[in-house]
Design a protein around this ligand. Structure first.
Ligand SMILES: Nc1nc2c(c(=O)[nH]1)N[C@@H](CN(C=O)c1ccc(C(=O)N[C@@H](CCC(=O)O)C(=O)O)cc1)CN2
Length: 285
């Protein structure tokens, strides 16, 4: 782990959040005799996805959440998946349903996500939940962007009036991230694959949030002095894991910066645990 005074330490904050969730689960178990249930479905053998699912299973177990993992083969049909989701939607003890992404190409991701009951959609990806987030209504929020907000909040970084530049416009990170920042009264810019002169935009940013998956996409010259830099990228090199930011050089300019690993990644899992508890409380608390 890199030691630096300006580090946004997701690993520590995630531990704290998991501890709070664990306490609340214990209390609810004692007072109401109910336990949250999380079901994760993974299709295919992608090693990174398998590792993420194992992390989710381990975290859930530690917090006293009943977890069940469906590990389905790559050849699983869309129809089979939809039927499984339908069955889980109707199971009283299942509070959260999550389908690990990406899915194989022959399966329609949107159709699968929208088959999950919105109240059990602990990823916050369902069209109804995305719409509620867009309208700034209470709902289950996507774990990674929600984790980024919590990380910023933990260091008293207010987004109000700040220029937040989000690099990457994916449905699971970039777009919801920008919307959550807007809901916090930030001025937002979303940069994507067709953006001309990325550096022009990033240099204006008070806060840069990058989620692309490209090593060293954000370099020192692209960052204003004192900016806050949040790196959501995960790139596997032969010997180590890196983000999208040239950490060594950008960290000299940034007032706060997330490391990879140990920044946003652990927050994703912590917020999933938080959402599972929230889904249980909303439905049967
Ligand atoms: N249904 C979903 N699919 C995917 C999501 C998601 O939120 N919901 N996000 C990503 C993967 N992901 C969770 O599923 C995830 C990514 C990274 C981490 C994490 O803890 N990263 C560590 C490094 C771990 C490692 O060594 O590989 C870190 O950054 O410190 C957790 C979860 C795509 N799919």
């Amino acid at each position: 782990m890199i030691a630096s005074k300006n580090l946004l330490d997701g690993k520590s904050l995630a531990k704290k959040i998991r501890g709070e969730v664990k306490e609340e689960i214990l209390d609810i178990k004692k007072s109401k005799g109910i336990t949250p249930g999380l079901t994760v479905i993974i299709v295919g053998e992608d090693p990174a996805s398998q590792a993420y699912v194992s992390k989710k299973e381990k975290a859930a177990k530690k917090l006293g959440i009943n977890s069940k993992i469906f590990r389905l083969p790559e050849t699983t049909s869309e129809d089979h998946l939809l039927k499984l989701i339908h069955r889980l939607n109707n199971e009283q003890t299942v509070d959260g349903i999550l389908v690990q992404l990406p899915l194989p190409d022959h399966i329609d991701k949107e159709k699968v996500i929208d088959a999950i009951s919105p109240e059990k959609d602990v990823d916050g990806f369902h069209t109804i939940n995305a719409g509620k987030m867009f309208l700034n209504k209470d709902t289950l929020l996507p774990c990674t962007p929600y984790g980024v907000l919590k990380l910023l909040e933990s260091e008293d970084v207010s987004l109000e009036g700040k220029h937040v530049v989000v690099v990457g416009a994916s449905d699971i990170v970039g777009k919801p991230m920008a919307m959550l920042a807007l809901n916090q009264m930030a001025t937002i810019t979303i940069c994507h694959i067709a953006t001309k002169d990325l550096a022009y935009h990033t240099r204006q940013a008070d806060i840069i949030i990058v989620a692309v998956g490209k090593v060293n996409l954000i370099t020192e010259e692209m960052v204003k002095d004192g900016a806050v830099v949040v790196d959501v990228g995960i790139n596997r090199l032969e010997d180590r894991l890196v983000g999208d930011v040239d950490f060594e050089n950008v960290s000299k300019k940034a007032s706060l910066i997330t490391p990879v690993p140990g920044g946003v990644g652990p927050m994703t899992i912590a917020m999933l645990m938080y959402n599972t508890l929230l889904a249980m409380k909303e439905r049967r608390g």
